[in-house]
Design a binder for this molecule. Sequence first.
Ligand SMILES: Nc1ncnc2c1ncn2[C@@H]1O[C@H](COP(=O)(O)OP(=O)(O)OP(=O)(O)O)[C@@H](O)[C@H]1O
Ligand SMILES: [Mg+2]
Length: 513
Amino acid sequence: MVEKLNSMGIIGINPYLVKVEVDISTGMPYFDIVGLPDASVKEAKDRVRAALKNCGFDFPIARIIVNLAPADIKKFGAIYDFPILIAVLKCSKQLNAQLDDAIIIGELSLSGDLNPINGVLPMIIKAKELGFKKVFLPKDNAAEGAIINDISIYPVNKITDFINHINALSQIPIHPRTKITKTPNKNFIDLKDVKGQFDAKRALEIAAAGGHNILLVGPPGSGKSMLAKRIPTILPEMTFDEIIETTKIYSIMGALPQEIPLITNRPFRSPHHTISSSGISGGGSIPKPGELSMAHNGVLFLDELPEFPKNTLESLRQPIEDCQVTISRVKGTLTYPCAVMLVAAMNPCPCGYFGHPSRPCICSDYTISKYLSKISGPLLDRIDIHIEVPPVDFESICSINNTLEETSANVKERVNKAREIQNLRYKELKINFNSKAPLNVMEKFSNLTDSAKDILKKAFDVLNLSARAYDKILKISRTIADIEGSETIEVAHISEAIQYRSLDRKYWFRNNK
Ligand SMILES: Nc1ncnc2c1ncn2[C@@H]1O[C@H](COP(=O)(O)OP(=O)(O)OP(=O)(O)O)[C@@H](O)[C@H]1O
Ligand SMILES: [Mg+2]
């Protein structure tokens, strides 16, 4: 007699239905799990045996075979403990239950308690899509599961609670729906803490308004890291869809906050430069999203950019353009979303003072070139805005009252207005902001005045710009015009945008000027 229960698995961020089948037959006592289980799935045997015994049930002395279908996809983790135990109980006639419309997921402790698992949110979304009505899961995952409506979430504390529920001895109450409320940011920092640096702040505002990538170059201690860390404070609030998308990634990583299992503040990820390529992009023997995906709908900040290994930086080229990272394995391809705003900061040379107005640089021309060459032309080309962060002058830094400095809230208001214009513009297309518009769409909406067109043409010829640089300049100038509330792109907008593409000539291509 075979018993079947429904459970779930995840490949990348895509959940799929797993049928847990148990067959018990007479013969030499034997317990095996098939269907490509990894070591952690195989260990379910011991947990199930101990949990059954400790909850007062019999472990059948017979041949027990568990099959996890589809059998050609590798299964990971302890999530099948719970359905295997229930299927064994059903198959050995110790439990009579109708569970065709339910999904069962959860890890067991030896005493029969249920421990939380990762990836619950995407699994529940999939379960709902597949038409399931109930989910039995560990109590600590219930709030996360209950984010999704129209599917009943039953939080299970202990195996015996589940059995009593099925036998109608005591009911497990359905978990109330988790309200999506914004969690306050405990570590709030404000843009007004950064003194001076008005040009850099302006560039940050433009980058935030149009979702542009930005590179900050300047000497040590000028405030680059300070500025970058404040970018999330001027970005618009996350939408409902963005919250769900980002929470899914954190759910798979098991990185959701305990109290409210939601990511409602834009992520700011700042990996150290010793990170590996798979740490950035994702992957590994048990595939996991990388820092790029952990920053989905937020900011990926790469401080000290040239210190990152070259292959790590080069691996960013495709994901930052396509907003998704694809990892190829022998067994198939995984795709993780990564709609990030890339923010990078660096010194212009190893000593940090090349181009400094007063302090001499001690690096040789060769050292400077070698240092800068760690950032390849194609990568530089993909970063929309390049801005210099010069040393702060004494007057700015020693000003006691910083009423001159704008607060993050003020800047955010302008960013929000510019985003509203963009949302309206692209509402028929699946585009959120200017930086994501393809060139043909951008040309349609750019509305350049004749004199702005002339300036762009001259810049293209004189600065020898790439087609991508042309595209980026159009997009940046569109964002600047949106901040100003202007329908057309004027000379001032295009000229400012061109400036943000000229810094490479001062540093990278200084000999070809
Ligand atoms: N514009 C500024 N306003 C106020 N404080 C500043 C400013 N710039 C630098 N500081 C002070 O200097 C410290 C260092 O700044 P920060 O780490 O941002 O510099 P950096 O440009 O990233 O330097 P490095 O190139 O060495 O990484 C800050 O913690 C802050 O105390
Ligand atoms: Mg720094």
